[in-house]
Each structure stands twice: as C-alpha cells, then as structure tokens.
Design a protein around this ligand. Structure first.
Ligand SMILES: Cc1ncc(COP(=O)(O)O)c(C=O)c1O
Length: 405
C-alpha cells in the first residue's frame, strides 16, 4: 500500500545487496549517458567523478554501446583466457602495444584493477625469483589480499592480517628512502599520482630516480595506472609526464569503456614467464572477455581520435583555476591535480562531508578519497563541456558557502 513502503527498491538494496558503508550514496539509477546520471524520480546529476575514473569518454557512449551489441551478437564467453584466438582481445592488445612505448608490447587481460595488480606482482616474483615487494605509504592498489598487502594504509590492512610477508612501505616522494630497494626486491609498485591517497603528485625527479634505483638493483618497476591511465591526467598514461617507463604497466577502470576490464602490460621476456615453469601458473576464466575488449577498443579509438588527453589537460587547467578562485570563500586548503584528476582539499573532515552532501543534493556527484577524509576528488568525463564544468563549479561554490557558514 502507498505510504507503507514508499521505496521498496531501496529497502531491498539495503537488505539484500551487501553493504560496504554505513551511508551509501543511494542514487537510484534510471539511466546514464554522457556526463549525466538520471535517477528514478527524474532528477539529473552532473557526474564529476565518472564512476570513480571509469567513464572517461562519458557514460554509455554510442560507439561503446554499438561495439558491445555487435560483439554480444557474435559470441560471449567461449573459453578460459589464453586458449582461443578472440579477435577483440587480439586487436585491443595490438592497439595497446602501439600506444604504450616499446618494449612494453605484451598484454595480459583481467576482469578488474586488483586482478591486474595481482598478476603483475606474481609475474615480477616469478620472473626475478626474488621475494620482497616495495610499495608506498598512502598508495592504493585494490582489495584482494595481494593488492591489499601493498596498499599503504594500516586501517584497511589490519582486519585482514596476516597478509603477504616481505612487503616494505616507503614514503611517497621520498627520494632518500629509495636505497631500501635492493637486490632482494622483486618489484616496486607505485601509482605515478596517488589517487585514493588524496591526489598526491610527486616532485619531478621522484619517478626518474625510482626508475634509476630499480635499474641499479634489477627490481621490476610496476606503475599502477588504474586511476591515472586512459587520458585522465592529460597524457594517455600519467608516466608520460615524466618520460619514465615501467617494466609492467597496470590498467583498468576506463580501459573497458564502461565494461569490466583490466590489463597488465610488459616486455615479452617478462610476460613469457607466465607460460613456463610451470605453464598455466596464472589463469583466469573471464579475464579479457570479448565484449569488454570490444568495448575497450571502441573507447580507446574514440579517445585517441578525439585527442581526449589534450582536452583533459586543457579543461583541467581551466577547472583548477576556477576552483582556486573559490579559496576566497574559506574552508579550502589546497587545489592540486593534473589534467582532469583534481584534489580539492578542505580544512576539516566535517566540512568536507557537509560539502559533498550539499553538492549531491544540488545535483553534482563528487568522489571522496579512501585514505583522506578532507580531500574531494574531481574526475569528470574527459568529454565534459565547458558549460557543464561551469555549472558544476557553480554548485561547488554554493555548497562551499553553505558548508562553511
Ligand atoms: C590505483 C588503483 N589501483 C587498483 C584499483 C583496484 O581496481 P578495481 O576496483 O578494479 O579492482 C583501484 C581502484 O580504485 C585504484 O584506484
């Protein structure tokens, strides 16, 4: 009866779908296209976080939708990863090899970012036959046990210990600590720009020095570009800002154009280790699903043809300038970022919480960061128009004034 149960879908969501936080955003999605999400009541939200860095070419892009429909009509899952020749997988791997600098030319596809991180860590251990891993404080690499073991935040690790042994954490950007990388180190894993850590951008010499130290010691360097990849920071891959190439590049999120897809890409001799001693030492059933690869290829083609990394750089600069002007209102501690990955740091956690919730009420979806409760992450689709950005900034201005009053 009306009134008794005004929102059965929400009730069922809370009851039957495992909850991951005490206060889920709870937007009831009816549809999403371009830079907007519409809920079941017809309210439209402007999306300033792109499903946490996924919708780089916007939601449900027609080229992706067509690629999905065409591939679904051809075949879905046919065989576990690596056995059959599936055209969308081969074409996407070849395209990635053309776009990532040589000699990184061999791709292993996964279902998600964390699965790609797991694969990269296992590959590094198997290839180097070494046991130690180095990661960075404030880093985030996913929530399965291996990825969590290299995620640099105690509060998330604690309930799940014991995790992987032999992991050392160094301060992000701490060049003088890099001597901890030695001949026992199998791999060093790092996000070129820390996302969940609060959009932390390293000094210009950090990644080059890190590359140098890995070369001296024979440790493999893994760049986790799950968040920063696919044009988000103003280059196709963030590592291109510093001209530093990893031994293994990890991608996910926007790679699939809205479909689940991850990948790790390496030099042929490194990637070959997965097929020998013993063979089949790292397999996946659904990794590199043909529909996801077809979607990823369509998204990548659109991204490159429309020069979206350049657009991200240009719009990012504009957006940061506009956001910096809001500092006059009060409550803003810092605005930092590269391209369309921007950290908007406020003065305290309560203010940040109020601010994010006022924005949502006014129709703007923003992201939080897992490791920092004062940094709001802004990562709109790279196709967003200047008008839409201005509209979002206006909402931010009003929400900030309300939250700071
Ligand atoms: C840098 C980074 N690595 C890995 C992951 C894990 O990716 P997934 O959620 O697809 O497992 C994330 C997710 O937010 C991420 O930001």
């Amino acid at each position: 009866m009306r009134g008794e149960n005004p929102n059965p879908l929400k009730d069922d969501f809370l009851r039957y779908v495992c909850q991951t936080s005490a206060e889920p955003m709870g937007v009831e999605v009816e549809r999403a296209d371009g830079c907007r999400i519409t809920d079941r009541s017809g309210k439209t939200y402007l999306d300033f976080i792109s499903g946490i860095g996924v919708a780089n070419i916007g939601h449900a892009h027609p080229a992706v939708v067509k690629a999905v429909a065409d591939q679904a009509a051809r075949y879905l899952h046919v065989m576990v990863y690596g056995e059959f020749i599936q055209e969308p997988q081969v074409r996407l791997a070849k395209r990635l090899a053309e776009l990532v600098s040589p000699p990184l030319s061999v791709t292993y596809f996964t279902n998600s970012g964390t699965e790609a991180v797991e694969g990269a860590l296992k590959t590094a251990k198997k290839y180097t036959r070494r046991k130690t891993l180095i990661a960075f404080k404030g880093g985030f690499h996913g929530d399965t046990q291996g990825s969590l073991s290299v995620t640099g935040r105690d509060v998330y690790q604690k309930p799940f210990r014991p995790l992987l042994p032999n992991v050392k954490f160094l301060p992000f950007n701490g060049i003088k600590h890099l001597k901890a990388i030695d001949r026992h180190t199998a791999a060093v894993i790092v996000e070129p720009i820390q996302g969940e850590g609060g959009v932390n951008i390293p000094d210009d010499d950090f990644l080059p020095k890190l590359r140098e130290r890995c070369d001296e010691t024979g440790a493999l360097l893994i760049f986790d570009e799950v968040m920063t990849g696919m044009g988000r920071t103003g280059r196709l891959f963030a590592c291109q800002h510093w001209n530093v190439l990893p031994d293994i590049l990890v991608l996910a999120k926007a790679l699939g154009g809205g479909m689940p897809l991850g990948a790790f890409i390496g030099r042929p001799e490194i990637m070959k280790t997965l097929s020998i001693d013993p063979p089949l030492s790292h397999v996946t059933t659904f990794g590199g699903h043909p529909v996801s690869c077809a979607a990823g290829l369509a998204a990548l083609d659109f991204l490159i043809e429309n020069k979206l990394p350049d657009r991200a750089e240009r719009l990012g600069r504009y957006m940061m300038n506009q956001l910096k002007k809001l500092s006059q209102i009060g409550g803003v501690k810092e605005v930092r970022g590269k391209g369309l990955l921007i950290g908007f740091e406020l003065k305290n956690a309560q203010l940040t919480e109020r601010f994010v919730s006022y924005c949502r009420e006014a129709g703007l979806i923003l992201g939080w960061t897992l490791h920092s409760n004062t940094v709001v992450r802004l990562a709109p689709p790279l196709v967003m128009s200047e008008d839409e950005i201005n509209k979002g900034i206006e909402i931010i201005r009003a929400a900030l004034m309300k939250a700071a009053s």
